[in-house]
Ligand binder design. Structure first.
Ligand SMILES: [Zn+2]
Length: 276
C-alpha cells in the first residue's frame, strides 16, 4: 500500500495490484463504505529474491534472505547496533545508499508520543505507516548509526513503540509537539555535554551543528468513516478470507466493520482482491 499526503494534510492511499501482467496503482480512498474482499491464494513469494517460500519472515522475506540481506539485519530495527565501521556490514553498497545518508530523529503522536529514527527522505511515509496524527522532525544526523545512538539514550525516558490498538481506536494523547521538541533538544545538548553518548565525541559534536534546525509539525488526517471500538484482527494464515465493509484506512491497516487487517504484515503473499 502506498500513500501520499495531500495539501490539506489528508492521506490518500493506493494499492499496488497486478492486473494480468501489468502493475497498477488503484486509489483506495474511493472504496470507503463499500464491501471489500481479500483472499490469500496460498502462495508466498519472497520480496527479496522472488522465490516461493512456505513462510514469510520479517514481513515478506524467505529464510535465506532473512539471514543474508542487509535490509534484514538486526541493525535495521536497532540502528545503534550498526556495525559498518567494524567492516562487517552484510552489504556495503546497501549501507551507503540507505544507512550512511541523512537520518531524522522525530517525535510522532500515534496514540502516545513516541520517538523514532528514519531516513530523512522518507520520513513522511514513515509517519503515515505508523498512523501518526502529527509528527515533527527533531534533528538530523549524517548517518543512521548516530541517530540510533542518540535515540537509545532518549528512549530511556520515553516510548519508542506504537500501541497499534490505541492508534486504530484513535485514542490519542494531547501533546504539543513543538514544546516536546524543545524539551528533547535540551536533553540532547545535555547528553552531548556529558558525553553520555558513546562513540567518537567529535562526531557527536558535529551533530550539534544541526540541533537548531527549523521544522514544523506535520498533521495527518486519515480516511476513516468510523473507528472501531473493539479490535479484532484478521489472520490470513488461519483464515484466508477477510471481507467486510471498508470503514477506514490508517497506518498500514484497513479497518472493516468485521475486523482490521495489517497489509504490511502480508508482504509477499499472493492475494486476490475484490473492491466495491
Ligand atoms: Zn528470498
Amino acid at each position: 500500500m502506498k500513500s501520499k499526503i495531500e495539501a490539506d494534510n489528508s492521506v490518500s492511499y493506493q494499492l499496488r495490484m497486478l492486473e494480468g501482467e501489468d502493475e497498477i496503482l488503484e486509489p483506495l480512498n474511493q472504496y470507503l463504505g463499500k464491501k471489500i474482499q481479500i483472499e490469500f491464494q496460498d502462495q508466498i513469494n519472497c520480496i527479496g529474491c522472488g522465490r516461493k517460500s512456505n513462510k514469510s519472515f520479517n514481513q515478506g522475506y524467505c529464510f535465506p534472505c532473512l539471514q543474508n540481506l542487509a535490509e534484514c539485519d538486526t541493525c535495521i530495527i536497532k540502528p545503534e547496533l550498526c556495525h559498518f565501521d567494524m567492516g562487517t556490514c552484510r552489504d556495503n553498497e546497501f549501507a551507503e545508499a540507505h544507512c550512511n545518508i541523512p537520518h531524522s530523529i522525530y517525535l510522532s503522536l500515534t496514540s502516545g508520543m513516541k520517538i523514532g529514527v528514519t531516513r530523512q527522505m522518507q520520513e513522511q511515509t514513515r509517519w503515515v505507516d505508523q498512523g501518526a496524527v502529527a509528527a515533527i522532525r527533531v534533528m538530523t544526523t549524517r548517518r543512521r548509526h548516530h541517530a540510533g545512538l542518540i535515540e537509545v539514550e532518549l528512549a530511556k525516558d520515553m516510548a519508542d513503540k506504537t500501541n497499534w490498538r490505541r492508534m486504530l481506536k484513535n485514542e490519542v494523547d494531547e501533546r504539543n509537539l513543538n514544546t516536546e521538541k524543545g524539551i528533547i533538544l535540551s536533553k540532547v545538548k545535555c547528553l552531548i555535554e556529558s558525553a553520555r553518548i558513546e562513540e567518537d565525541l567529535s562526531y557527536i559534536l558535529d551533530e550539534a551543528e544541526v540541533l537548531n534546525e527549523e521544522s514544523e509539525v506535520q498533521e495527518l488526517k486519515y480516511p476513516v468513516l468510523q473507528y472501531p471500538e473493539k479490535i479484532k484482527s484478521f489472520n490470513l494464515d488461519k483464515d484466508p478470507l477477510a471481507e467486510g465493509q471498508l470503514l477506514g484506512i490508517k497506518g498500514q491497516y484497513l479497518i472493516m466493520d468485521t475486523g482490521v487487517i495489517n497489509l504490511r504484515k502480508y508482504g509477499g503473499y499472493l492475494v486476490s482482491i475484490n473492491l466495491g
